[in-house]
Design a binder for this molecule. Structure first.
Ligand code: PXP
Length: 244
């Protein structure tokens, strides 16, 4: 039987909207509560260095009030690692971060700050936090993730989604098989495989066909379509499409 794919509900952009006016609404916590009621498996949030969406208080509130796992995305910096060790979320996903980018642009370069990365993974795991690295679907990066001691990888699906939006069949296939091959390789090394970035209904449905992908983390599209049909309906639609 096909395994049920876990859904990580990334609530960053509820906070983006709240911060746009500096008011207390819409509340990321309220979105997370609706997510929990609609079978999401984890709440995902990215604490960016410029705090443009989620902020520390949101994370403490989520940790205290939401009884489903919290997946915190962070850049590889001293500040973020020490905050994570204090917050102790269930999962940490280490992502590259560049202040000027609109969203995370590529996967983590596992050659940069390698020693710090390895030491950080050890420290996080000592606190019983599972660690994932957000990487491109590239076999070398996957091997590095294993050697560095990560529990999981999150495959960057941005290129696949971009080709999908451009309707280029040949390139869509190339990106699909890159993700498939990467998943197979990561599984053969004993890594858990997650995927995310740029996913919508169609791309999530297509990628759910790759056996071995255990979790999707979806953010921007969730909130974008919620404007038109409401969060509950978006979540229900994903549950139906992914047969969860
Ligand atoms: N996964 C990771 C590691 C990310 O950094 C992001 C973007 O913050 C996402 C998933 C979600 O991407 P999107 O908002 O495009 O769904």
């Amino acid at each position: 039987m096909k395994n049920r794919i876990r859904l990580g509900f990334n609530i960053d952009h509820v906070a983006t909207l709240r911060n746009a006016r500096g008011e207390g609404f819409p509340s990321p916590l309220k979105a997370a509560i609706i997510g929990k009621k609609n079978k999401v498996d984890l709440i995902t949030a990215h604490l960016r260095e410029d705090r443009r969406h989620i902020r520390e208080k949101d994370l403490y509130d989520l940790k205290k009030k939401i009884k489903i796992p919290l997946n915190l995305e962070i850049a590889l910096t001293k500040e973020m690692i020490s905050f994570s060790l204090k917050l102790k979320p269930n999962f940490i996903c280490i992502v590259p971060e560049n202040r000027k980018e609109i969203t995370t642009e590529g996967g983590l370069n596992t050659n940069l700050k390698k020693k710090f990365l390895q030491e950080s993974i050890i420290k996080l795991k000592k606190k019983h936090i599972k660690v994932s690295l957000f990487i491109d679907p590239d076999l070398k990066r996957i091997k590095d993730a294993k050697m560095l001691g990560a529990d999981s990888i999150e495959l960057h699906t941005g290129n696949f989604c971009k080709q999908w939006s451009m309707k280029d069949k040949k390139r869509i296939n190339i990106e699909f098989y890159r993700l498939k091959k990467s998943t197979d390789y990561a599984k053969s090394l004993g890594l858990n495989v997650h995927a995310g970035h740029g996913l919508n209904y169609q791309t999530a449905k297509v990628l759910s066909k790759i056996k071995g992908i255990e979790e999707f983390n979806i953010g921007h599209f969730f909130i974008a379509d919620s404007i038109f049909i409401g969060i509950e309906n978006v979540l229900k639609k994903f549950n139906r499409l992914l047969k969860r």
